[in-house]
Design a protein around this ligand. Sequence first.
Ligand code: PLP
Length: 462
Amino acid sequence: MTLETLPNDVLDRWDREAFMHPSTHLAQHARGESASRIVSGGEGVYIQDRDGNRLLDAFAGLYCVNVGYGRQEIVEAIADQARELAYYHAYAGHGTEASITLAKMVLDRAPDHMSKVYFGLSGSDANETNIKLVWYYNNILGRPRKKKIISRWRGYHGSGLMTGSLTGLQLFHAKFDLPLKNVIHTQMPYYYRRADTAMDEAAFVADCAAKLEALIEQEGADTIAAFIGEPALGTGGLVPPPAGYWDAIQPILEKHDILLIADEVVTGFGRLGSMFGSTHYAMRPDLITIAKGLTSAYAPLSGSIISERVWQVLEQGTDENGPIGHGWTYSAHPIGAAAGIANLKLVDEMSLPANAATTGSYLKETLQDAIGDHPHVGEVRGEGLLCAVELVEDRANRSFFDPAKKVGMAVVAKMLEQGVIARAMPEGDIIGLAPPLCLSKGEADQIVEVLRRSVLDVVDTA
Ligand code: PLP
């Protein structure tokens, strides 16, 4: 029996009997109480499922299929690589033409002060690598106490032991005994949800900076190794930073000799309208984490981009201690690297960062015109093709809906009924949009119209 001939009901039964899904209500799924969807194909911004639905994917999978579905250039590159050499490792100086070429292509696009690329498989493992490199760096520099990592509430950095600790969302900590020691969280740069609504944006940025200073003071700068942040908050709500945020944060880190890790798993390779979020906001990171847009998810591949400053110390460390004790079997996997090369060529040929900027502005303005003034819409926000609509109980005094009403999830469910996939972001009623970067204005119009109708349908009865 081939996969194609398996009937849907058999697959559905096996799915519930055999498959543990990530980020899923396991009990409801196993009991058959929650919907499942068997996805079978995709082209451009659309996916198809086995029930014959064609859906506009306004979240690009998990904001990763940046070039869109069905790009034959990447498919062919993967097939060619698999035929020629499906695997060889990268330990002890081994490489393949694909992994070496991709490292060069990434560096050519990265900020000038970056020096080398280490390849992993997922955003989570790339962040784990970056934390290990930071600890190694401080040990080599003779500062064994300088190990804590500052993250932000509502930051998302993965769901491993360390990266789940860095993530600033309750669901990823509770019942997992996280966060681990050495991880501390500071105020999130989420202006709309500021505690004191009387604060203007400049005062809020000053408050974020003051809270960071106070945390460093309390813990002791000699115990803090690095600060990790997404250039624009992703899973925590799709929130561009308030104006001047990074300009206020970076001098504090520099003053206390704290490294900056820019987690660009979502923002890398064009989503904000620039190749990197770091350049978009004039950040000067010591390490950059990349994943999703590196291959547009055609194959699993991630990376840590290492600055010259950190690299010099890594070299010193191996001169003193021998080869670095870090690596995965699948580091720099040639199939992922081949996908990455073909993907980055497409990103250039299709001018995707520029399209993210123009179509992203159009999407945000059209959303604003369509529902921005609705009494249950607190905020329409976005940067490039990362957009969100935050729903509130009462716009005038910014009160939020009772979470038990699950308003955001109801809107997203309504949108799905009308053929558009959006994502209900956690800890709030936040409708998230992060479509493929090849989105056209016509497709943006379709998303806005479906979102508008769904919001009107749901909030008036909430
Ligand atoms: N960092 C950020 C900013 C992310 O958004 C994600 C995933 O969404 C990760 C890290 C973790 O990546 P992965 O799910 O590939 O482990």
